[in-house]
Write a protein of this length. Structure first.
Length: 518
């Protein structure tokens, strides 16, 4: 890798990716400010492999520029390529090649990329170029690929709950010796309260864009103006300091109600008591363990009840780690899975929110405006509708990957392909998250203002979720009837008169005709 031009001996070229904006990232372990060079690059290959939400691109580019500046202020040598740099090659491999050209490096060091696609491209580049590429484990996660693999090995079924208990024991979070705090591992039963409209709801902390962010916003408008989503107002934090303030704000104002209203939805309320911290954790601005420690502290100081603290910690050291394990265990190929053979196109209204279904309109409109929707909106509204309607899961996957500020394939794909579409046939979850309008009505107030009637099962005014629910179950009975968790549901169907059954199926046909064209 050395050339004749420059005789100065450099040690490592350290590539820091846009979702590794963390001073503790393993690629910087043992790095030397005097000898090593940190490479960061905004490349069109990454910004454009799906048509990401404008806010997501702006968030990452601005956070990268701030991180690079902080490193430089701290004495590091940083080689930073902006997207509009005329020399920009457009790809990560191309930027490594440019950095290596004429320089003497003994190796390229990187923390393993979160996405299989990026890892494969870098491995392929190293093999083709003959360069020494040292890929280190991503120590921001609790569970390594090997660890997850050995946990999964020999188990008939993988279930998050058992994995989560191991993570609790390992971290000691909310543990009293070897026993869980409060005598139970999981307080989910207490976390299903519907929210009331008169709650005094907090809003996530807003950060005013500085000059760096403004420059990025202009760049994104110029280069990605046709992508989905509103760019302004832009209020995400783009530095570690800002993200820490957002964490503090959440712990003080919202955490105490996080558990109770975790599954609730309210018309006009986009965040409820959710943390809106996933984009900070997934990009490296916050470390998952420090977030969990802060939440645990709130519990021990009496600022949050146990069902809130445990519920939150379970999402992070349980679900977040578990889905990552599932992703790496099943790649490549996981994103192509299609257990039900679903093939309908994604309805157009997923891109413009123009639908009379109030729950879907709310989830999609806020996704467009904020690059954010909370878990139940993603799972039980947009995800549920797509699965019931038989939309091709790969199209659904590409939509989720594009539209959320926190979307990276390692976390998005298992949530979409596995949890929300059941396209992996039950690898991640034990049954499909399929629900009729009744569930949405119980957990939200959307139905009150909807142009459809949640109580009606058939007819033009009937809530579309109602007939689609049965149509989905009947369509896929061959694959689902044997599922013990669905036995009761199929019994209900079997007890219906043939006339009623036909009315449901006919109504579903009409709904699909109408709404897939919307
Ligand atoms: C269809 C679908 C797609 C999703 N796509 C993504 C995605 O692209 N990126 C992403 O980070 N999360 C994704 N999730 C998980 C979850 O919806 C988001 O993490 C959460 O909504 C982020 O908002 P928050 O920070 O306010 O979370 P909170 O409700 O405050 O939860 C706290 C934290 O727990 C973690 N978490 C919660 N649930 C999950 C989960 N199921 N998987 C992984 N981590 C979880 C997140 O880090 C989150 O910040 C998806 C879920 C579904 C059902
Ligand atoms: S009636 Fe149906 S479509 Fe309308 S908000 Fe309720 S669940 Fe959604």
């Amino acid at each position: 890798m050395a050339s004749q031009e420059n005789t100065q001996e450099l040690r490592n070229l350290i590539l820091v990716l846009g979702d590794q904006l963390c001073r503790n990232v393993s690629s910087l372990d043992g790095a030397d400010r005097d000898q090593d060079i940190i490479l960061m690059a905004e490349v069109s290959e990454e910004a454009g492999y799906v048509r990401h939400h404008k806010k997501k691109i702006a968030f990452l580019f601005s956070a990268m520029r701030h991180f690079a500046r902080e490193l430089e202020e701290d004495g590091w040598k940083v080689r930073y390529t902006k997207l509009d740099d005329p020399e920009n090659s457009g790809s990560l491999a191309g930027e490594i090649e440019r950095a290596l050209d004429g320089q003497r490096f003994s190796r390229v060091v990187i923390t393993e990329p979160g996405e299989y696609r990026v890892k494969s491209a870098l491995d392929a580049w190293a093999e083709a170029s003959g360069a020494v590429l040292e890929m280190r484990q991503d120590s921001r996660f609790l569970c390594s690929h090997e660890r997850f693999q050995s946990w999964a090995e020999g188990r008939k079924q993988l279930r998050m709950e058992y994995f989560y208990r191991e993570m609790r024991r390992e971290t000691g979070l909310l543990m009293q010796g070897d026993q869980p705090e409060g005598g139970k591992w999981n307080f989910d039963q207490e976390n299903r309260k519907p929210a009331k409209g008169d709650l005094c709801l907090p809003h996530p902390l807003e950060t005013r864009p500085d000059a760096i962010t403004e420059e990025v916003l202009d760049l994104v408008e110029a280069r990605f103006g046709s992508h989905f989503g509103s760019l302004r107002p832009f209020w995400f934090a783009v530095t570690r300091e800002g993200a820490l303030q957002a964490l503090e704000d959440f712990a003080e104002k919202a955490l105490s109600c996080f558990g109770d209203y975790q599954d609730a939805m309210l018309e006009g309320e986009r965040f409820l008591y959710h943390s809106v911290l996933s984009q900070y954790m997934n990009s490296g601005l916050l470390e998952p363990m420090e977030v969990c420690r802060r939440v645990e502290r709130a519990y021990y100081e009496g600022d949050a009840p146990l069902n809130a603290a445990e519920g939150f910690i379970r999402q992070v050291i349980g679900w977040r780690e578990y889905v990552r394990g599932i992703y790496w265990l099943n790649m490549p190929g996981y994103t192509e899975q299609n257990y039900f053979g679903a093939s309908r196109p994604l309805p157009e209204f997923y891109w413009n929110g123009e639908t009379g279904m109030a729950c879907l309109a709310a989830a999609i409109t806020q996704t467009r405006d904020e690059a954010y929707a909370h878990h139940i909106q993603r799972l039980m509204v947009t995800g549920n509708f797509a699965m019931l309607a038989g939309v091709d899961p790969h199209e659904v996957h590409e939509w989720y990957l594009a539209v959320y500020a926190d979307a990276y394939e390692w976390v998005e794909a298992p949530n979409v392909i596995g949890m929300s579409q059941f396209a992996d046939g039950g690898l991640l979850g034990s049954k499909p998250y399929a629900a009729s309008g009744n569930y949405i009505n119980k957990m939200s107030n959307h139905c009150a203002g909807c142009s459809y009637d949640v109580k009606r099962k058939t007819g033009e005014k009937a809530c579309p979720f109602n007939s689609l629910y049965w149509d989905f179950l009947v369509r896929n009975a061959g694959k689902l009837r044997g599922n013990p968790r669905l036995r009761q549901v199929y019994r209900t169907w079997d007890r219906m008169s043939a006339e009623r059954q036909n009315a449901y199926l006919e109504a579903a046909r009409e709904v699909l005709e109408r709404h897939l064209k919307e």
